[in-house]
Design a protein around this ligand. Structure first.
Ligand code: ADP
Ligand code: MG
Ligand code: ZN
Length: 474
C-alpha cells in the first residue's frame, strides 16, 4: 500500500497598480511592450525600487496564515537565461523570505479539519511572455517585473482531494484579502504540484516530481491521479529508481499523461546570491501594525454564520467560499429573512439563472432585491412558485419587487372571506365528489385544492385554502 505525498508551490500575482520595482502599470490588456521602462527592460544602469504596496499585501497574507512575518528580509538574484527575462536573472527571496512558518486549515465535508503547514511565502518578479506565432516567436514584456507572492506548502497533503481543498481555501483567502484577483485562467493563481509516493508507514520522503502550469482545479486533480499511477506502476514493476527522478513534467490534457519537460535544476545551477541593487527590506512598527489589519477571513466568517444565523457548516462554507457571495448573502439577510431561504434563493434560484459572463459580481438582481423577494414569500404575499416568476422577470428587467408582483398579478389572496367564497362555489359545483370524499375517498382532497387554486388563478394562499377546505369538508 502506498501513500501519496504532495506539496504545492502557488504563484499569486499581487494586484498592485504598478510593478514590483518600477512604476510601470501592471495591466496586461495594453499594447505589447507598452508598459515597460528601463528598469523592467533591464537596461544597464537602471535600478529597482521596491513597491510598498507589495510589502503591505505580503504582510497581510502572512497575518492571514498565522505566519512569522520577518521584519527584515532580503532579495536574492536567481540567474537563468530565458528570452522573456531580459536581465537573465530573477529577483526573488531565497534565504530570508518575508513570510515563514504559516498554517492553513482545510475542511472536510463532514466537519473534520486538517492543518497544512506553509513553509514560506516570498516576493519575486514575474517574467514576460513568449508568444509563439507560427515560425516566429515574439516577446511581450508587459508582464515582466509584475509582483508575485510564491506560497510554498510543506509536503503535508495526502490526496488530490486535500490538494483541492487547500487550493480553494488559499484562493478564498487571497480573494478575501483582496491582494490578488487569483484568476486561474488568466494566470494570476498558478499552481505547481510536487508529487511523490511512499510505502504506507514509511516516514522518509521519496523522489518528488514537479508538475507545472495546470490551470484548473479539475486538471490538477487529474494530473495528480495520473502521475501517482505512473509512480506506483514503476515501483511495482521494479523500475522506480530508473524511471522516477526529480524532474519537471507537464500535464498533457489531450493525451491524459504527464511528460518530461526538463530535469530538475539544483539551487547551485541558479548561482543565487544576495541582490546587490536592493537594500534589505524592513517593515517598521507602524507599517507592521497598519498592514496587519486584515478583513474577516473565510474560516471566521463561516463560524460566525453558523452561530449568528444558525446555518449548517456545509451551507456556511458554500456561502463563504467567495467574498462576493458572503457579502451578497449578508445584504440579503438585512431584510430579516431566514438564512435557509436566503441560501436557497441565492445558490439555487439566482445562481441557477446565471449563464455566460453573468455572475454574482454583475448579477442583474442585487442583494436587497432578492432579499425582499424572499421576504415576500415569508410574509405570504406571494407563493414560492410565483416568486420564481418574479425572479425570471427581474433577471430581464430593472424593476421593484412589489411593482412586479402587482404587474404580474401574483399577489396571494390570504383574505379568508374571498377564499371561502371560491371554496363554496367549488363544493357546490361538485356535489358527487364531496359525497365520495365524505365517504372516505380522502385523496380527493387534492382535487379540491387544485380546483380552488385554479379558480383563484393561483393567487390563493395554499395554507389558507387547506384550512378552509378541511373545515368545510368536515
Ligand atoms: P523548488 O523551487 O526547487 O521546487 P521549493 O522548496 O520551492 O523547491 O518547493 C518544494 C516543494 O516541493 C514544496 O512545496 C515541498 O513541500 C514539496 N516537496 C518537497 N519534497 C517533497 C516530496 N518528497 N514529495 C512531495 N512534495 C515534496
Ligand atoms: Mg518548484
Ligand atoms: Zn517598468
Amino acid at each position: 500500500m502506498f501513500e501519496v505525498v504532495i506539496g504545492l508551490e502557488v504563484h499569486v500575482q499581487l494586484n498592485t497598480k504598478t510593478k514590483l520595482f518600477c512604476s510601470c502599470a501592471t495591466s496586461f490588456n495594453h499594447k505589447q511592450n507598452s508598459n515597460t521602462c528601463p528598469t523592467c527592460l533591464a537596461l544597464p544602469g537602471a535600478l529597482p525600487v521596491l513597491n510598498r504596496s507589495v510589502l503591505e499585501k505580503s504582510v497581510m497574507f502572512g497575518t492571514a496564515v498565522n505566519a512569522t512575518v520577518n521584519r527584515t528580509s532580503y532579495f536574492d538574484r536567481k540567474s537563468y537565461f530565458y528570452p522573456d527575462s531580459p536581465s537573465a536573472y530573477q529577483i526573488t527571496q531565497l534565504y530570508t523570505p518575508i513570510v515563514e512558518h504559516g498554517t492553513l486549515q482545510i475542511d472536510f465535508e463532514y466537519g473534520t479539519h486538517k492543518i497544512i503547514r506553509i513553509n514560506r511565502a516570498h516576493i519575486e518578479a514575474d517574467a514576460g511572455k513568449n508568444i509563439h506565432d507560427g515560425e516566429i516567436s515574439k516577446v511581450d514584456l508587459n508582464r515582466a517585473g509584475t509582483p508575485l507572492l510564491e506560497i510554498v506548502s510543506e509536503p503535508d497533503m495526502r490526496s488530490s482531494e486535500e490538494v483541492i481543498l487547500y487550493l480553494k481555501k488559499l484562493h478564498a483567502i487571497v480573494r478575501y484579502l483582496d491582494i490578488s484577483d487569483a484568476n486561474m485562467q488568466e494566470g494570476s493563481f498558478r499552481v505547481d504540484v510536487n508529487v511523490s509516493i511512499r510505502p504506507k508507514g514509511d516516514e522518509k520522503l521519496y523522489t518528488r516530481v514537479e508538475i507545472k502550469n495546470i490551470n484548473s482545479f479539475r486538471f490538477i486533480q487529474k494530473a495528480i491521479e495520473i502521475e501517482v499511477a505512473r509512480q506506483i506502476e514503476a515501483w511495482e514493476d521494479g523500475v522506480y529508481d530508473d524511471e522516477i527522478y526529480q524532474e519537471t513534467r507537464l500535464f498533457d490534457q489531450a493525451k491524459q499523461q504527464t511528460r518530461s519537460m526538463r530535469g530538475k535544476e539544483e539551487a547551485a545551477d541558479y548561482r543565487y546570491f544576495p541582490e546587490p541593487d536592493l537594500l534589505k527590506v524592513a517593515v517598521d512598527d507602524t507599517m507592521f501594525e497598519t498592514f496587519r489589519n486584515i478583513p474577516e477571513l473565510p474560516d471566521v466568517k463561516r463560524e460566525r454564520f453558523v452561530s449568528e444565523y444558525g446555518m449548517n457548516e456545509y451551507n456556511a462554507s458554500v456561502i463563504t467560499a467567495s467574498p462576493e457571495m458572503a457579502r451578497y448573502f449578508e445584504e440579503m439577510m438585512e431584510q430579516g429573512i431566514s438564512a435557509k431561504n436566503a441560501t436557497t434563493w441565492l445558490t439555487v434560484e439566482l445562481q441557477g439563472r446565471f449563464s455566460g459572463d453573468v455572475n454574482i459580481d454583475n448579477s442583474p438582481v442585487n442583494a436587497p432585491t432578492l432579499g425582499l423577494l424572499v421576504k415576500r414569500i415569508e410574509d405570504q404575499t406571494i407563493s414560492g412558485k410565483a416568486a420564481k416568476e418574479v425572479l425570471d422577470y427581474l433577471m430581464e428587467h430593472d424593476a421593484e419587487v412589489d411593482a412586479v408582483i402587482e404587474k404580474l398579478g401574483l399577489r396571494q389572496v390570504s383574505d379568508t372571506g374571498a377564499i371561502e367564497k371560491i371554496v363554496d362555489e367549488i363544493l357546490a359545483a361538485n356535489p358527487d365528489k364531496v359525497e365520495e370524499y365524505r365517504n372516505g375517498k380522502e385523496k380527493l382532497f387534492g382535487f379540491f385544492v387544485g380546483q380552488t387554486m385554479k379558480a383563484s388563478k393561483g393567487s390563493a394562499n395554499p395554507q389558507a385554502v387547506n384550512a378552509i377546505l378541511k373545515s368545510k369538508l368536515g
